[in-house]
Design a binder for this molecule. Structure first.
Ligand SMILES: Cc1ncc(COP(=O)(O)O)c(C=O)c1O
Length: 448
Protein backbone atom coordinates (compact mmCIF):
# COMPACT_ATOMS: atom_id res chain seq x y z
CA UNK A 1 0.00 0.00 0.00
CA UNK A 2 1.08 3.58 -0.66
CA UNK A 3 2.49 5.70 2.14
CA UNK A 4 0.45 8.64 0.87
CA UNK A 5 -2.78 9.29 2.78
CA UNK A 6 -4.50 10.27 -0.49
CA UNK A 7 -3.83 6.75 -1.79
CA UNK A 8 -4.80 4.90 1.40
CA UNK A 9 -1.72 5.36 3.62
CA UNK A 10 -1.51 6.81 7.13
CA UNK A 11 -1.81 10.59 7.61
CA UNK A 12 1.31 12.51 8.57
CA UNK A 13 -0.54 14.89 10.91
CA UNK A 14 -2.09 12.75 13.61
CA UNK A 15 -1.50 14.58 16.90
CA UNK A 16 -4.24 16.96 18.02
CA UNK A 17 -2.55 20.38 17.77
CA UNK A 18 -2.89 22.86 20.64
CA UNK A 19 -4.93 26.00 19.85
CA UNK A 20 -1.97 28.28 20.48
CA UNK A 21 -0.01 26.80 17.57
CA UNK A 22 -2.21 28.72 15.12
CA UNK A 23 -4.28 31.15 17.17
CA UNK A 24 -4.00 34.78 16.04
CA UNK A 25 -4.17 37.49 17.12
CA UNK A 26 -3.08 36.74 20.65
CA UNK A 27 -5.59 38.55 22.84
CA UNK A 28 -4.97 38.86 26.57
CA UNK A 29 -6.74 40.55 29.46
CA UNK A 30 -4.64 43.63 28.73
CA UNK A 31 -6.27 43.95 25.27
CA UNK A 32 -9.70 43.34 26.77
CA UNK A 33 -9.23 45.96 29.48
CA UNK A 34 -8.00 48.56 26.99
CA UNK A 35 -10.94 47.97 24.67
CA UNK A 36 -13.45 47.90 27.54
CA UNK A 37 -12.18 51.21 28.83
CA UNK A 38 -13.03 52.87 25.49
CA UNK A 39 -16.36 51.06 25.36
CA UNK A 40 -17.34 52.11 28.89
CA UNK A 41 -16.33 55.71 28.29
CA UNK A 42 -18.22 55.67 25.00
CA UNK A 43 -15.31 57.32 23.16
CA UNK A 44 -15.24 55.01 20.14
CA UNK A 45 -15.42 57.99 17.80
CA UNK A 46 -12.85 60.07 19.69
CA UNK A 47 -9.21 60.44 18.71
CA UNK A 48 -7.37 60.63 22.06
CA UNK A 49 -6.45 56.92 22.14
CA UNK A 50 -5.84 56.86 18.40
CA UNK A 51 -3.42 59.77 18.64
CA UNK A 52 -1.43 57.92 21.32
CA UNK A 53 -1.41 54.83 19.12
CA UNK A 54 -0.23 56.91 16.16
CA UNK A 55 2.65 58.41 18.16
CA UNK A 56 3.75 54.98 19.40
CA UNK A 57 3.39 53.41 15.95
CA UNK A 58 5.36 56.24 14.29
CA UNK A 59 8.16 55.85 16.87
CA UNK A 60 8.21 52.09 16.31
CA UNK A 61 8.46 52.67 12.57
CA UNK A 62 11.12 55.34 13.06
CA UNK A 63 8.99 57.86 11.15
CA UNK A 64 7.85 61.36 12.07
CA UNK A 65 4.12 60.84 11.53
CA UNK A 66 1.50 58.12 11.64
CA UNK A 67 -2.18 58.57 10.84
CA UNK A 68 -4.80 55.98 11.80
CA UNK A 69 -7.59 54.99 9.40
CA UNK A 70 -10.78 52.95 9.52
CA UNK A 71 -9.14 50.38 7.24
CA UNK A 72 -6.09 49.84 5.04
CA UNK A 73 -8.04 50.60 1.87
CA UNK A 74 -8.72 54.16 3.05
CA UNK A 75 -5.12 54.60 4.23
CA UNK A 76 -3.83 53.61 0.79
CA UNK A 77 -6.33 55.87 -0.95
CA UNK A 78 -5.18 58.80 1.19
CA UNK A 79 -1.54 57.94 0.39
CA UNK A 80 -2.31 58.04 -3.34
CA UNK A 81 -3.83 61.49 -2.95
CA UNK A 82 -1.06 62.63 -0.63
CA UNK A 83 1.71 61.94 -3.17
CA UNK A 84 -0.21 64.05 -5.67
CA UNK A 85 -1.94 61.54 -7.96
CA UNK A 86 -4.54 63.30 -10.06
CA UNK A 87 -6.32 63.14 -13.37
CA UNK A 88 -4.30 61.48 -16.12
CA UNK A 89 -1.44 60.40 -13.86
CA UNK A 90 -0.17 56.84 -13.94
CA UNK A 91 0.81 54.66 -10.99
CA UNK A 92 2.84 51.49 -11.45
CA UNK A 93 2.13 48.53 -9.18
CA UNK A 94 2.65 44.77 -9.27
CA UNK A 95 -0.18 42.83 -10.86
CA UNK A 96 0.07 40.25 -8.08
CA UNK A 97 -1.67 41.91 -5.14
CA UNK A 98 -5.04 42.40 -3.50
CA UNK A 99 -7.45 44.87 -5.15
CA UNK A 100 -7.04 47.49 -2.42
CA UNK A 101 -3.49 48.26 -3.56
CA UNK A 102 -5.11 49.60 -6.71
CA UNK A 103 -8.82 50.22 -7.17
CA UNK A 104 -8.89 53.48 -5.21
CA UNK A 105 -6.80 55.07 -7.95
CA UNK A 106 -9.88 55.39 -10.15
CA UNK A 107 -11.42 57.87 -7.72
CA UNK A 108 -8.50 60.17 -8.61
CA UNK A 109 -9.09 59.71 -12.36
CA UNK A 110 -5.64 58.23 -12.54
CA UNK A 111 -4.49 55.02 -14.23
CA UNK A 112 -2.87 51.84 -12.94
CA UNK A 113 0.01 50.32 -14.91
CA UNK A 114 0.74 46.73 -13.96
CA UNK A 115 4.31 45.57 -13.57
CA UNK A 116 5.69 42.02 -13.60
CA UNK A 117 6.67 40.20 -10.41
CA UNK A 118 9.81 38.22 -9.69
CA UNK A 119 8.86 34.53 -9.36
CA UNK A 120 11.37 34.07 -6.52
CA UNK A 121 10.17 36.94 -4.32
CA UNK A 122 6.55 37.40 -5.58
CA UNK A 123 7.23 41.13 -5.37
CA UNK A 124 7.52 43.79 -8.06
CA UNK A 125 10.41 42.97 -10.38
CA UNK A 126 12.63 46.05 -10.73
CA UNK A 127 13.87 44.70 -14.08
CA UNK A 128 10.40 45.35 -15.50
CA UNK A 129 9.94 48.80 -13.99
CA UNK A 130 11.41 51.01 -16.69
CA UNK A 131 9.24 49.33 -19.35
CA UNK A 132 6.21 50.59 -17.40
CA UNK A 133 7.35 54.19 -16.97
CA UNK A 134 5.73 56.77 -19.24
CA UNK A 135 5.62 60.58 -19.34
CA UNK A 136 2.70 60.65 -16.88
CA UNK A 137 4.09 58.21 -14.29
CA UNK A 138 3.65 59.87 -10.92
CA UNK A 139 4.01 57.02 -8.46
CA UNK A 140 5.09 53.44 -7.89
CA UNK A 141 3.21 51.39 -5.33
CA UNK A 142 5.31 48.57 -3.89
CA UNK A 143 3.76 45.60 -2.07
CA UNK A 144 5.84 43.47 0.30
CA UNK A 145 3.77 40.54 -0.83
CA UNK A 146 2.98 37.72 1.63
CA UNK A 147 5.58 39.22 3.98
CA UNK A 148 8.51 39.03 1.55
CA UNK A 149 10.42 42.35 1.40
CA UNK A 150 10.48 43.88 -2.08
CA UNK A 151 13.97 44.79 -3.41
CA UNK A 152 13.89 48.39 -2.24
CA UNK A 153 17.46 49.32 -3.24
CA UNK A 154 16.77 48.71 -6.91
CA UNK A 155 13.24 50.13 -6.83
CA UNK A 156 14.26 53.34 -5.07
CA UNK A 157 17.20 53.89 -7.43
CA UNK A 158 14.88 53.75 -10.45
CA UNK A 159 12.20 55.87 -8.77
CA UNK A 160 14.68 58.59 -7.79
CA UNK A 161 16.27 58.57 -11.26
CA UNK A 162 12.88 59.30 -12.82
CA UNK A 163 11.61 61.55 -10.02
CA UNK A 164 8.70 59.25 -9.18
CA UNK A 165 7.07 59.02 -5.74
CA UNK A 166 6.98 55.66 -3.95
CA UNK A 167 4.13 54.32 -1.81
CA UNK A 168 4.82 51.15 0.18
CA UNK A 169 1.81 48.92 0.87
CA UNK A 170 2.95 47.13 4.03
CA UNK A 171 -0.33 45.29 4.69
CA UNK A 172 1.42 41.90 4.54
CA UNK A 173 4.65 42.77 6.29
CA UNK A 174 4.31 45.12 9.28
CA UNK A 175 7.60 45.18 11.16
CA UNK A 176 9.54 43.35 8.45
CA UNK A 177 13.08 44.40 7.58
CA UNK A 178 15.00 44.86 4.35
CA UNK A 179 18.76 44.92 4.96
CA UNK A 180 18.23 46.01 8.54
CA UNK A 181 15.75 48.79 7.82
CA UNK A 182 12.02 48.67 8.49
CA UNK A 183 9.70 48.12 5.55
CA UNK A 184 7.63 51.22 4.95
CA UNK A 185 10.54 53.62 5.55
CA UNK A 186 12.09 53.51 2.07
CA UNK A 187 9.42 55.24 0.02
CA UNK A 188 7.76 58.63 0.45
CA UNK A 189 4.87 57.16 2.38
CA UNK A 190 3.69 53.78 3.70
CA UNK A 191 0.11 52.64 4.19
CA UNK A 192 -1.18 49.35 5.47
CA UNK A 193 -4.07 47.27 6.68
CA UNK A 194 -4.32 46.25 10.34
CA UNK A 195 -7.48 44.14 9.93
CA UNK A 196 -8.01 40.99 11.99
CA UNK A 197 -6.48 38.58 9.48
CA UNK A 198 -3.16 40.41 9.21
CA UNK A 199 -0.02 39.81 11.27
CA UNK A 200 -0.54 43.20 12.94
CA UNK A 201 -4.20 42.67 13.76
CA UNK A 202 -6.40 45.12 15.62
CA UNK A 203 -9.82 44.61 14.02
CA UNK A 204 -10.80 46.79 11.07
CA UNK A 205 -8.09 49.42 10.86
CA UNK A 206 -5.30 50.87 8.78
CA UNK A 207 -2.42 53.27 9.23
CA UNK A 208 -0.27 55.60 7.14
CA UNK A 209 3.28 56.61 8.09
CA UNK A 210 5.67 59.11 6.57
CA UNK A 211 8.64 61.37 7.26
CA UNK A 212 7.22 64.04 4.98
CA UNK A 213 5.08 66.68 6.69
CA UNK A 214 3.32 67.76 3.52
CA UNK A 215 2.30 64.19 2.67
CA UNK A 216 1.01 63.75 6.21
CA UNK A 217 -1.05 66.93 6.05
CA UNK A 218 -2.51 66.03 2.66
CA UNK A 219 -3.58 62.64 4.05
CA UNK A 220 -5.22 64.39 7.00
CA UNK A 221 -7.02 66.80 4.66
CA UNK A 222 -8.28 63.94 2.51
CA UNK A 223 -10.10 61.96 5.16
CA UNK A 224 -9.87 63.48 8.66
CA UNK A 225 -12.08 66.55 8.67
CA UNK A 226 -11.88 67.38 12.39
CA UNK A 227 -8.08 67.18 12.43
CA UNK A 228 -7.77 69.24 9.25
CA UNK A 229 -7.46 72.74 10.67
CA UNK A 230 -5.74 75.84 9.36
CA UNK A 231 -3.35 75.79 12.29
CA UNK A 232 -2.33 72.17 11.62
CA UNK A 233 -1.78 72.80 7.93
CA UNK A 234 1.66 74.37 7.68
CA UNK A 235 3.25 72.47 4.77
CA UNK A 236 0.30 71.76 2.43
CA UNK A 237 -0.52 75.47 2.37
CA UNK A 238 -2.54 75.19 -0.88
CA UNK A 239 -5.12 73.18 1.07
CA UNK A 240 -5.37 75.55 4.03
CA UNK A 241 -8.39 77.53 2.78
CA UNK A 242 -10.38 74.31 2.61
CA UNK A 243 -9.93 73.22 6.23
CA UNK A 244 -12.59 71.28 8.16
CA UNK A 245 -14.11 69.34 5.28
CA UNK A 246 -12.80 65.92 4.24
CA UNK A 247 -11.52 66.82 0.77
CA UNK A 248 -11.51 63.24 -0.49
CA UNK A 249 -15.13 62.80 0.47
CA UNK A 250 -14.28 59.91 2.76
CA UNK A 251 -14.23 59.68 6.53
CA UNK A 252 -11.11 57.81 7.55
CA UNK A 253 -11.27 57.92 11.35
CA UNK A 254 -10.16 54.80 13.18
CA UNK A 255 -12.56 53.27 15.70
CA UNK A 256 -10.89 53.63 19.10
CA UNK A 257 -11.80 50.06 20.05
CA UNK A 258 -9.21 49.21 17.41
CA UNK A 259 -6.60 51.78 18.41
CA UNK A 260 -6.88 50.70 22.06
CA UNK A 261 -6.16 47.14 21.00
CA UNK A 262 -3.39 48.41 18.70
CA UNK A 263 -1.54 50.06 21.60
CA UNK A 264 -1.44 46.76 23.48
CA UNK A 265 -0.61 44.67 20.40
CA UNK A 266 2.30 46.97 19.56
CA UNK A 267 3.96 46.28 22.93
CA UNK A 268 4.23 42.56 22.20
CA UNK A 269 4.35 42.50 18.41
CA UNK A 270 8.11 42.21 17.89
CA UNK A 271 8.55 39.37 20.37
CA UNK A 272 5.53 37.48 18.99
CA UNK A 273 6.88 37.88 15.45
CA UNK A 274 10.29 36.61 16.58
CA UNK A 275 8.57 33.42 17.77
CA UNK A 276 6.71 33.10 14.45
CA UNK A 277 9.99 33.43 12.56
CA UNK A 278 11.61 30.77 14.69
CA UNK A 279 8.74 28.39 13.93
CA UNK A 280 8.54 29.19 10.21
CA UNK A 281 12.28 28.96 9.68
CA UNK A 282 12.29 25.63 11.52
CA UNK A 283 9.58 24.41 9.12
CA UNK A 284 11.62 25.38 6.05
CA UNK A 285 14.89 24.09 7.49
CA UNK A 286 13.14 20.73 7.81
CA UNK A 287 12.29 20.75 4.10
CA UNK A 288 15.72 21.87 2.89
CA UNK A 289 16.77 19.85 -0.15
CA UNK A 290 13.35 18.25 -0.75
CA UNK A 291 12.77 18.33 -4.52
CA UNK A 292 10.01 20.56 -5.88
CA UNK A 293 9.68 22.66 -2.73
CA UNK A 294 11.50 25.94 -2.30
CA UNK A 295 11.18 28.23 0.67
CA UNK A 296 9.78 31.71 0.12
CA UNK A 297 11.99 33.40 2.67
CA UNK A 298 14.84 35.86 3.00
CA UNK A 299 18.42 35.43 4.08
CA UNK A 300 18.28 36.87 7.58
CA UNK A 301 22.07 37.20 7.60
CA UNK A 302 21.80 40.50 5.67
CA UNK A 303 19.41 41.96 8.23
CA UNK A 304 16.21 41.24 6.27
CA UNK A 305 13.28 39.36 7.75
CA UNK A 306 9.69 38.34 7.08
CA UNK A 307 8.26 39.81 10.33
CA UNK A 308 5.01 37.92 11.02
CA UNK A 309 5.01 35.70 7.87
CA UNK A 310 1.50 36.80 6.90
CA UNK A 311 -0.23 34.44 4.44
CA UNK A 312 2.77 32.10 4.40
CA UNK A 313 3.48 30.54 1.02
CA UNK A 314 6.02 28.19 -0.55
CA UNK A 315 7.41 28.11 -4.09
CA UNK A 316 6.61 25.07 -6.23
CA UNK A 317 8.96 23.68 -8.86
CA UNK A 318 6.94 21.07 -10.82
CA UNK A 319 9.87 20.37 -13.17
CA UNK A 320 11.59 18.65 -10.22
CA UNK A 321 8.49 16.48 -9.63
CA UNK A 322 7.89 15.09 -13.10
CA UNK A 323 5.53 17.99 -13.91
CA UNK A 324 3.05 17.11 -11.13
CA UNK A 325 0.33 19.79 -10.99
CA UNK A 326 0.30 22.01 -7.94
CA UNK A 327 -3.41 21.25 -7.62
CA UNK A 328 -2.77 17.54 -7.17
CA UNK A 329 0.24 18.19 -4.94
CA UNK A 330 -1.91 20.30 -2.60
CA UNK A 331 -4.72 17.76 -2.64
CA UNK A 332 -2.26 15.12 -1.44
CA UNK A 333 -0.86 17.40 1.30
CA UNK A 334 -4.38 18.19 2.52
CA UNK A 335 -5.08 14.47 2.70
CA UNK A 336 -2.08 14.23 5.06
CA UNK A 337 -3.98 16.48 7.49
CA UNK A 338 -2.77 19.95 6.44
CA UNK A 339 -6.12 21.65 5.81
CA UNK A 340 -4.62 24.98 4.78
CA UNK A 341 -2.58 23.71 1.82
CA UNK A 342 -4.24 25.30 -1.21
CA UNK A 343 -2.57 26.29 -4.50
CA UNK A 344 -2.07 29.84 -5.76
CA UNK A 345 -2.63 33.19 -4.14
CA UNK A 346 -4.21 36.39 -5.47
CA UNK A 347 -5.15 36.36 -9.14
CA UNK A 348 -3.12 38.88 -11.16
CA UNK A 349 -5.13 42.09 -11.16
CA UNK A 350 -4.58 42.96 -14.81
CA UNK A 351 -6.58 39.87 -15.80
CA UNK A 352 -9.77 41.15 -14.16
CA UNK A 353 -12.37 42.67 -16.52
CA UNK A 354 -12.56 45.77 -14.31
CA UNK A 355 -9.15 46.77 -15.70
CA UNK A 356 -10.13 46.07 -19.28
CA UNK A 357 -13.67 47.25 -20.02
CA UNK A 358 -15.39 48.71 -16.95
CA UNK A 359 -16.80 52.20 -17.58
CA UNK A 360 -17.48 53.15 -14.00
CA UNK A 361 -18.27 56.83 -14.47
CA UNK A 362 -20.19 56.65 -17.78
CA UNK A 363 -17.40 58.32 -19.74
CA UNK A 364 -17.94 56.31 -22.90
CA UNK A 365 -14.63 54.47 -22.54
CA UNK A 366 -13.02 52.16 -19.98
CA UNK A 367 -12.28 53.96 -16.74
CA UNK A 368 -8.71 52.66 -16.78
CA UNK A 369 -7.85 54.68 -19.86
CA UNK A 370 -10.49 57.40 -19.79
CA UNK A 371 -7.98 60.02 -18.65
CA UNK A 372 -4.71 58.44 -19.79
CA UNK A 373 -2.48 59.61 -22.62
CA UNK A 374 -1.91 56.06 -23.82
CA UNK A 375 -3.75 52.74 -23.80
CA UNK A 376 -1.82 51.18 -20.94
CA UNK A 377 -3.83 47.97 -21.33
CA UNK A 378 -1.46 46.89 -24.10
CA UNK A 379 1.38 46.82 -21.53
CA UNK A 380 -0.44 43.95 -19.78
CA UNK A 381 0.56 41.60 -22.63
CA UNK A 382 4.03 41.24 -21.12
CA UNK A 383 2.84 39.84 -17.77
CA UNK A 384 3.30 36.12 -18.40
CA UNK A 385 4.92 35.42 -15.03
CA UNK A 386 2.07 37.03 -13.10
CA UNK A 387 -0.45 35.09 -15.18
CA UNK A 388 1.17 31.75 -14.39
CA UNK A 389 2.21 32.51 -10.82
CA UNK A 390 -0.64 30.57 -9.21
CA UNK A 391 0.83 27.33 -10.52
CA UNK A 392 4.05 28.00 -8.65
CA UNK A 393 2.73 28.77 -5.16
CA UNK A 394 1.04 26.84 -2.38
CA UNK A 395 0.01 27.67 1.17
CA UNK A 396 1.96 26.41 4.15
CA UNK A 397 0.77 26.42 7.76
CA UNK A 398 1.17 29.75 9.54
CA UNK A 399 2.68 28.74 12.88
CA UNK A 400 2.47 31.24 15.71
CA UNK A 401 4.43 29.23 18.28
CA UNK A 402 7.70 27.38 18.13
CA UNK A 403 6.52 23.85 18.95
CA UNK A 404 8.87 21.53 17.08
CA UNK A 405 7.11 18.30 18.08
CA UNK A 406 3.98 19.45 16.23
CA UNK A 407 5.69 21.30 13.39
CA UNK A 408 7.61 18.10 12.59
CA UNK A 409 4.35 16.45 11.53
CA UNK A 410 3.65 19.21 9.03
CA UNK A 411 7.19 19.00 7.66
CA UNK A 412 6.64 15.27 7.22
CA UNK A 413 3.36 15.86 5.32
CA UNK A 414 5.04 18.06 2.66
CA UNK A 415 8.18 15.92 2.52
CA UNK A 416 6.21 12.69 2.13
CA UNK A 417 4.09 14.01 -0.74
CA UNK A 418 7.08 15.51 -2.58
CA UNK A 419 9.20 12.38 -2.29
CA UNK A 420 6.35 10.09 -3.44
CA UNK A 421 5.31 12.35 -6.30
CA UNK A 422 5.58 9.58 -8.90
CA UNK A 423 2.55 7.78 -7.45
CA UNK A 424 0.52 10.97 -7.92
CA UNK A 425 1.41 11.39 -11.59
CA UNK A 426 -0.88 8.50 -12.56
CA UNK A 427 -4.18 10.33 -12.07
CA UNK A 428 -2.84 13.85 -12.45
CA UNK A 429 -4.62 16.42 -14.62
CA UNK A 430 -3.15 19.73 -15.81
CA UNK A 431 -3.74 22.74 -13.57
CA UNK A 432 -6.53 25.14 -14.56
CA UNK A 433 -5.14 27.96 -16.77
CA UNK A 434 -5.25 30.42 -13.85
CA UNK A 435 -5.09 29.37 -10.21
CA UNK A 436 -5.89 31.87 -7.49
CA UNK A 437 -8.56 33.96 -5.87
CA UNK A 438 -9.43 37.64 -5.97
CA UNK A 439 -9.39 37.77 -2.19
CA UNK A 440 -9.00 35.61 0.87
CA UNK A 441 -11.44 35.69 3.69
CA UNK A 442 -10.78 33.43 6.58
CA UNK A 443 -12.79 33.18 9.77
CA UNK A 444 -11.55 29.80 10.83
CA UNK A 445 -8.19 28.13 10.95
CA UNK A 446 -7.98 25.26 8.49
CA UNK A 447 -5.21 23.56 10.41
CA UNK A 448 -7.32 22.81 13.45
C1 LIG B 1 -1.93 44.11 -0.04
C2 LIG B 1 -3.16 44.69 0.63
N1 LIG B 1 -3.39 46.00 0.51
C3 LIG B 1 -4.46 46.57 1.10
C4 LIG B 1 -5.36 45.84 1.83
C5 LIG B 1 -6.60 46.52 2.35
O1 LIG B 1 -6.73 46.61 3.70
P1 LIG B 1 -8.11 46.59 4.45
O2 LIG B 1 -8.74 45.25 4.25
O3 LIG B 1 -7.76 46.86 5.87
O4 LIG B 1 -8.95 47.68 3.88
C6 LIG B 1 -5.14 44.45 2.00
C7 LIG B 1 -5.98 43.54 2.78
O5 LIG B 1 -6.90 43.52 3.31
C8 LIG B 1 -4.02 43.86 1.35
O6 LIG B 1 -3.80 42.55 1.43
Amino acid sequence: MSELALLGGKKAVTMQTPDELFKWPIVTKEDEDAVLEVLRKGTMSGTDVTQKFEREFADWMGQSWALGFCNGTAAIQAAMFAVGLGEGDEMILPSLTYWASCMQIYTMRATPVFCEVDPNTLCLDPKDLERCIGPKTKAILVVHYVAHPAPMDEIMAIARKHNIKVIEDVSHAQGGLYKGRKLGTFGDVAAMSLMSGKSFAIGEGGILTTDNREIYERAVAYAHYERFTEANTVAATDLRPYAQLALGGIKGRMNQLSSAMGRVQLKYYDERCAEIRKAMNYFWDGLEGVPGLKALRVDEADGSNMAGWYCARGLYRPEELGGLSVTRFCEAVRAEGVGSCTPGCNNPLHSHPAHKTLDLYHEGEPTRIAHADRDVRTLDDALAISEGIGKTIYAIPWFKKFMPEYIDQYIEAYRKVATHYEELLVDDKPDAPQIGQWYFYKDKDDDK
